[in-house]
Write a protein that binds this ligand. Sequence first.
Ligand code: CTP
Ligand code: CA
Length: 220
Amino acid sequence: RMLAPRATPLAGRHVLVTAGPTHEPIDPVRYIANRSSGRQGFAIAGALADLGATVTLVAGPVTLATPAGVRRVDVVTAAEMAAAVQDALPADAAVMVAAVADWRVAAAPQKVKKGDAPPALVLAENEDILATLAHGPRRPRLMIGFAAETERVVEQAVAKRLRKNADWIVANDVSGDVFGGDANTVHLATADGVEHWERLPKADVARRLAQRIAETLSGS
Ligand code: CTP
Ligand code: CA
């Protein structure tokens, strides 16, 4: 039986993907984090590899198998994720799906004991990995961010696209049951406007986005 030739429109392209949460330690046994299963980002990394891309997946702490054909770099904190992203450059495109913790904690070197008054958390803002890359000299040609919002989803996505110098923002409404779930309803904000995608399994969102990335990288 003849096999159909595999379509590899992203052959020779390097695409960087971040996924999952980051964990910011409070002390050696505790942390703060964003809610994220990593499933959408891992699906995107896999879909890009399926189209022939060389994929570097910088993953926060998640319990997911590495998609076939993907090079995975595991990190814990936002600072480690920022460093791993720099180490992975250059890239033709970057898809920043990670739910990066906006703040780190001035961590205690030893485990804090609960007998005393509850400790105050002193927070410092983490570097915005997407904005730094998108405004910097090593900017990948196509920069894609995600935005998880609970209200004014499209309006905030459009503002984030401009503020972060991203080409596209994939916005999803997380007021429902997206986290850890199998489906996602996304809105794609580009320079041309906003597309409203129907509710789709995360694997289908990933395939459609990977296809769009392939079209965009080959169309110039
Ligand atoms: N992002 C990042 N580094 C950060 C924070 C966010 O790279 N320190 C990226 C995310 O991976 C995502 C995009 O920026 O692609 C949007 O993240 P989001 O949390 O929605 O935006 P913020 O600018 O942090 O705004 P806020 O959380 O206040 O809505
Ligand atoms: Ca944030």
